[in-house]
Design a protein around this ligand. Structure first.
Ligand SMILES: CC(C)(COP(=O)(O)OP(=O)(O)OC[C@H]1O[C@@H](n2cnc3c(N)ncnc32)[C@H](O)[C@@H]1OP(=O)(O)O)[C@@H](O)C(=O)NCCC(=O)NCCS
Length: 138
């Protein structure tokens, strides 16, 4: 398994097929994508899991975290999220947050993310904002 930086367009197909299979590809293309950092997990040259990071001063949001459906539950997402947390710490980011699907809440909780908002619903999916204070490196 290898984690590498990827381009925004590399993420779109996995985002769409995993998160919004009933929506067109344009639905998962973000206006902010060009300003983000994008990372992917590869195995045998196949892209299996993606995550996108958007930094604003000492805060960073990750968005559109998805693992190919047939490859979920094999540790790729955990490896990618651990990598991202470490990258953020190296970049002196103090706070990492996301708008989490409540279905993914137990997963994020294991990484030390805490709920910091009420829940809300978008397109039939329930979300909650989760946040983690990072240990920035000297
Ligand atoms: C959330 C998501 C990105 C996690 O990616 P993943 O590659 O499945 O992540 P992992 O395999 O590391 O962990 C998933 C689960 O499998 C478990 N797992 C990890 N390694 C495992 C292994 N070797 N064998 C069995 N289970 C394992 C993890 O403990 C985790 O369990 P949990 O859901 O009870 O917390 C993925 O499930 C996904 O794409 N979900 C749909 C989209 C989504 O909800 N994205 C997040 C939006 S906020």
């Amino acid at each position: 398994m290898e984690i590498k930086k990827i381009s925004p367009s590399d993420t779109w197909s996995i985002r769409q097929s995993v998160m919004w299979p009933d929506k067109p590809l344009t639905y998962v293309q973000l206006a902010e994508d060009e300003n983000g950092l994008h990372y992917g997990v590869f195995e045998n040259a196949e892209l299996l899991s993606v995550i996108s990071l958007f930094i604003e001063n000492e805060n960073a949001q990750f968005r559109k975290f998805a693992t190919q459906v047939t490859h979920q539950g094999k540790g790729h997402g955990s490896a990618l999220l651990n990598f991202l947390i470490h990258e953020c710490e190296k970049k002196q980011i103090k706070n990492l947050w996301c708008n989490a699907r409540t279905s993914a809440y137990p997963f994020y909780q294991k990484f030390g993310f805490e709920i910091v908002s009420e829940t809300w619903t978008k397109d039939g999916i329930e979300f909650v904002k989760m946040s983690k204070t990072l240990k920035t490196q000297i």
